[in-house]
Every structure is written in C-alpha cells, then in structure tokens.
Design a protein around this ligand. Structure first.
Ligand code: SF4
Length: 464
C-alpha cells in the first residue's frame, strides 16, 4: 500500500542528507560557502541534486528576477594559427598547415559592419597567437573597428592574448591594457582560465598563461575600468575541490574589484581535442555528463551569490535542451547569437554556429521566463513579453540563409584567407617563420627567437 503522507513534496525534501541540507540552508541564508562545502555539492545526486537546483533557482530569482538575457553579437576568430598547443584546443593550426587561415583587417571590419547592420551590438574578437605578431596588431584591430563603427562594443582579447600582446610589445601587462583601452577595447573575455590551478594547467596545456598572470590581466583590466567576464572549463581531469577553489578565486577577485559581469561554465568538447585523441593526459574524461553540467551552474550560483550576478549557460556547448534545464538551476543568460562560432565547432560540437534572436527568445519562453536583449555589460535593451507577436528581426531573416556568413569549415578550406598569403609578421618577412623536422614532428619557431627552453619547446612542436 502506498504511504501517501510520506510521499508529499515536503516530506520528499525532508529526506535530504543532513550535510547537504545544512549547506543549502547556509546558502539560502546568504552566507558565503567555503571550498569544502562547494566541493561536496559537486558530489550530490537524486533528491539532493534537485534540492541544489531549487536553492540555485531561488538565489537566481533574488539576484536578477525572471528575466533571461542574450546579446546580439558576432564572433570573429581572425586566425586559427597559434604558437601554442593547448591539449584541449582543436581550433589551432601551425602556420604551414593547409587549414591555417588569417583574416586581414578589412575582412574583420567588413564582418563587423555586416553584423552591425543586422542589429548586433558586440563583436567578440579572439584568436590564436600567430608567430612573430606585431605587438600593436590588437590595437590596430580596435582602432579600425572603432573608426568604422564607433558604437559597436569590442569584447576582445583573452588574458592569454593580452599577455602575448604585451610580450610582443615589450611592455607590462598593465601598460598594454591601457593601450588597448585607448585603442577602443570595451571589455575582455575572461577566457583562457580553464581551471585556475597551475599544476592542472601544466597537465592539460603546458605553457598556458599562469594563474598569477591570468589574475593580473583580469584585475589590471578592472582597475582601468575595463569589465571582464569569467569562465571555467570543466569535464576533463579536474576534481570537485579544484572547481570549488576556482569559483572561490573568482569570488575573491570580484569582491576586490567588482569588474566581473558574468560567469560562464564551459564544458569540455572532447571529440576532436588533441589530448583526447592522442590519449596523452592520464585520467582525462570525455567531457562532463548532463548531470554535471546542471550541477556546475547550480553550485556556481550558490558560491558566487551575490557578488557575480549573472550565470550564463552556453548553447554552443550544451545545446538548447540542456541550456533550458540550466535556466532552472541558477542560470539567467544564454550568451550571444555568435553568427560565426568556430572554437567549439572545430572541437566537434554540433549545436551550430549561429542562433538568431527569435530562436533564443523561444527557448526562454519555453522555460517559462521573460526574454530580454542586453548589452555586453548587462544593460537591458528590450524586454519581450508576447510569444504570439514576437518580432522578426534582420538577423532572424538573415539566418534563414546562414551560408551568407560562411562556415568555419569553408573558412579553413578557402584559398582567399590562407595564412601563408594574408599574414604579415612584425618584421614583414614570412620566410623568417622558420620550420624544421624532428622525427615525424614539425618544429616551428614561435614568437620568440630565443634558444628553446622546455616551455618553448613544448609550444613550438606541432603535430606533424
Ligand atoms: S586555446 Fe591554446 S592552442 Fe588554442 S588558440 Fe588559444 S592559446 Fe592557442
């Protein structure tokens, strides 16, 4: 016989593990969760997981209400050539590879202008680190874009790129940030964070920017009044403790500067990731499970509340169905329309390279929430309330013929933007991008003409 009383919703939740219940109560009392508490929440399943989502949903409501935002933007990944070889990155190519491309400044500006005419308010500029790059190249990009489109928000240059620009310019990170600001950069993506733990970073991406330098770029940007986002890539070799420590570090930075606009969890897309294909990283997992994706959004909301107000779920990584779920587990933003998504697509993601605004709004309506278009820094541009009369916008119409934007796979096979033909290194001499062979591996000279150190050796060896 069914014990109906024991099955009431209240009683179901009354069966929660006492430790988890205490942690959730503390979060709902708006007390800061410690690293151990955060780590323990990454282990929950079943009823405890549902209770975690309920708590995260409640804190989301207190932080930002029922509105779910998105931004109309375009990604411009102007080159896939990179002197580094991060183990998770399927996007980068060596400069002599057939699929190496480089978009000249005129093409960057053309893409930005086209996006502006279709209603975009942001361009997101990130790319590989091309060898012997002129240190002022990132500044030139900003100046060219601002000259043509003064109102377009430039969200560009990861901490790794800022450090590279500074090193190529022989100036400090802080000086380079000031130059970027003067040239017109409006905000920085807080990417190249993965998990902010140097030992782990050495395992999955030796030569990657250190935790100290990542922090220095982010805090330096905030001190100059340049806001940044914050990210975490998970689903590889990290532990729950490392995830919680990463979130606690972001929270500390935000308490100090207040310059972080959002937190974006990014689950590993493993299919084409070099470290997955070559089995070179012991213990590597094939990305996060669906349950982990939901948990990460929920724990992030609990640990970052109330300091970082916005938690974004990435449709590129998670697809629309899981993204909708995350909206009930602490998330309040769906990111951008992107138009030309390349990074996850190259790694094997199949969720598309563009989602038009009307489609993003449909997902938000489907989740029972209120869609709003935002600026990059979370100013609300328009709130929508009537799914039956949802407007058709220029980008919605253009998205019916996405071939006009060109795809990532077309780009890497196109003669027109082949790196060897379009790139001009700092000294103008392409022949100085030397190459040699060591066994079956190709040795490329990267940005620094110095005797190889162990780090430099790593980053200059490409898959042959
Ligand atoms: S993730 Fe690493 S390898 Fe890929 S483009 Fe960025 S720095 Fe280069």
């Amino acid at each position: 016989m069914v014990d109906r009383e024991a099955g009431t919703a209240e009683r179901l939740l009354g069966r929660l593990d006492a430790g988890v219940a205490r942690t959730l109560d503390r979060a709902l009392d708006e007390r800061e969760l410690g690293g151990e508490e955060g780590a323990a929440l990454f282990e929950v399943h079943g009823t405890e997981l549902l209770a975690l989502c309920l708590a995260a949903d409640e804190l989301r409501r207190r932080a930002v209400g029922e509105v779910v935002t998105y931004v109309v933007n375009r990604n411009i990944n102007f080159t896939n050539v990179c002197t580094k070889r991060c183990g998770f990155c399927a996007f980068s190519r060596g400069h002599l590879e057939e699929e190496a491309y480089f978009l000249p400044l005129e093409e960057l500006v053309r893409r930005a202008r086209e996006a502006w005419e279709l209603g975009a308010t942001e361009v997101c500029i990130q790319a590989g680190l091309p060898p012997r790059m002129d240190g002022s190249f990132y500044l030139d990009i900003c100046r060219a874009l601002k000259a043509e489109l003064p109102e377009m928000h430039i969200h560009g240059f990861s901490p790794e790129e800022v450090r590279y620009g500074a090193s190529r310019s022989r100036c400090s990170i802080e000086d380079y940030l000031a130059r970027l600001k003067e040239a017109g950069v409006d905000s920085l993506p807080g990417t190249s964070a993965e998990i902010l733990d140097d030992e782990l970073r050495r395992r999955i991406a030796p030569g990657r920017i250190s935790v100290a330098d990542w922090r220095r770029v982010i805090v330096g940007a905030h001190r100059l009044g340049i806001p940044t986002t914050s990210t975490m890539m998970y689903g590889h070799v990290e532990t729950g403790r490392q995830r919680a420590a990463h979130l606690a570090l972001l929270r500390e930075i935000q308490k100090e500067t207040g310059g972080i606009t959002e937190f974006v969890p990014l689950s590993l897309v493993h299919g084409e990731a070099p470290m997955y294909r070559t089995h070179t990283v012991p213990g590597l997992r094939p990305g996060a499970t669906g349950e982990e994706v939901v948990k990460v959004h929920a724990v992030a909301r609990l640990m970052l509340y109330p300091y970082i107000r916005n938690v974004q779920v990435s449709w590129v990584k998670e697809g629309s169905k899981l993204a909708e779920w995350c909206l009930s587990a602490g998330a309040n933003d769906l990111g951008g329309t992107l138009i030309n998504e390349s990074i996850s697509t190259s790694a094997g993601a199949t969720n598309g390279q563009l989602v038009p605004p009307r489609e993003l709004r449909r997902w938000i309506y489907d989740a029972g929430r209120v869609p709003a278009e935002r600026t990059t820094t979370y100013g609300i541009r328009r709130v929508f309330s009537d799914p039956a009369n949802d407007p058709l916008e220029p980008l919605d119409e253009a998205a019916e013929h996405p071939e006009r934007f060109g795809s990532y796979f077309e780009l890497i096979h196109m003669d027109r933007f082949r790196f060897q033909d379009t790139y001009r290194p700092a000294d103008g001499g392409r022949d100085r991008l030397e190459v040699g062979r060591v066994g079956g591996w190709r040795l490329e000279v990267g940005s620094n003409l110095q005797p190889p150190t162990s780090n430099l050796e790593h980053r200059s060896v490409a898959r042959g």
